[in-house]
Design a protein. Structure first.
Length: 307
């Protein structure tokens, strides 16, 4: 690998969608030599105007530099783009959104072709990339040696976070956080639906809702401690039995407001199911619902005091 006169690592970038283009702009702005390829060549214009080299094929782009970053549509696109490329001695960083299983399989695929492999999960939208203090970050997993060697370059577009040698961990962290986000969005949607027909200004209601949700995020730490320690009744303030008893009020309010409860009823059903799993379940908080999702509750038993 040959750095330029300013000591910046050259980068090959495959994929110039909105995210790929944002990554390219960030590396060019930081002085990194950049070779790009995209299935639709016209998308390279903005980057070539800033000094990027355009390759005629993905294989040609891969041959240009040791560090190869891929940001394509899906895992199948990665395989197709790299089908004819010589990956021997390359450092392949895959920022394509995939499942953990796809990331693990792609790591084996890359290693069989002589490359070191690092998978990444981008926690940002394109406008956040390369913008200091915008909050953009990328989870990485796979080859620790690759991560350590290229950390400075990878940190240019966004902050980096190492999640482990298992190549699937970055994707798993990515989807886990996004899943929590969509769950929060569901709750926000239901809350606004409840006030939609009333003389309540949604703009005035928004900071009240936001502050409440911010306060409730501490629950993540409580659930983590329960899952780690195994006793779901320890330090419980709002018992499951009490919360289940309150479900009819939520459903009745939704009916009164003419709002479908469909965003809440699946979770309410799990709460009720958990209450039936053992004599101590009513003294727990809501952590036991997690065990229902993964099928980890013994038949007729409670997780209280589990090893």
């Amino acid at each position: 690998m040959t750095a330029n006169s300013h000591g910046k690592t050259p980068v090959t970038l495959l994929g110039l969608g909105a995210m790929g283009t944002a990554l390219g702009h960030a590396w060019l702005a930081d002085g990194h030599p950049l070779t790009v390829w995209n299935r639709t060549p016209g998308r390279a214009g903005a980057l070539t105007a800033e000094g990027a080299e355009t390759a005629a094929s993905a294989a040609e782009a891969v041959a240009a530099h040791r560090l190869v970053v891929v940001c394509l549509l899906d895992d199948a696109s990665v395989g197709e783009a790299l089908a004819d490329a010589d990956l021997t001695g390359k450092d392949l960083v895959n920022l394509t959104t995939t499942t953990p299983a796809e990331a693990r399989a792609r790591a084996v695929w890359a290693q069989e072709r002589g490359a070191r492999y690092l998978d990444g999960g981008i926690m940002a939208v394109p406008p956040m990339i390369g913008v200091p203090d915008a909050g953009a970050s990328v989870f990485y997993s796979g080859s620790r040696a690759l991560f350590d060697e290229h950390h400075e370059t990878l940190a240019v577009p966004a902050a980096t976070s190492w999640t482990g040698e298992d190549p699937g961990f970055a994707a798993l962290h990515d989807i886990a956080l996004l899943s929590a986000m969509y769950g929060m969005f569901a709750g926000i949607s239901h809350a606004f639906a409840l006030i939609r027909r009333e003389d309540i200004d949604p703009v005035a209601f928004a900071p009240i809702l936001s502050d409440w949700l911010t306060a409730m995020t501490a629950e993540a730490h409580g659930k983590a401690r329960h899952l780690s320690g195994g006793d779901y009744t320890k330090g419980v303030v709002s018992r499951l039995s009490m919360q289940v008893a309150g479900i009819p009020t939520f459903l009745a309010t939704a009916e009164e407001q003419g709002v479908s409860p469909e965003l809440l009823t699946p979770y309410f059903a799990l709460m009720r199911q958990r209450l039936t799993t053992g004599p101590d379940a009513g003294d727990e908080d809501l952590t036991g619902v997690i065990d229902l999702l993964v099928g980890d509750v013994p038949e007729g038993g409670s997780r209280t005091g589990r090893p």
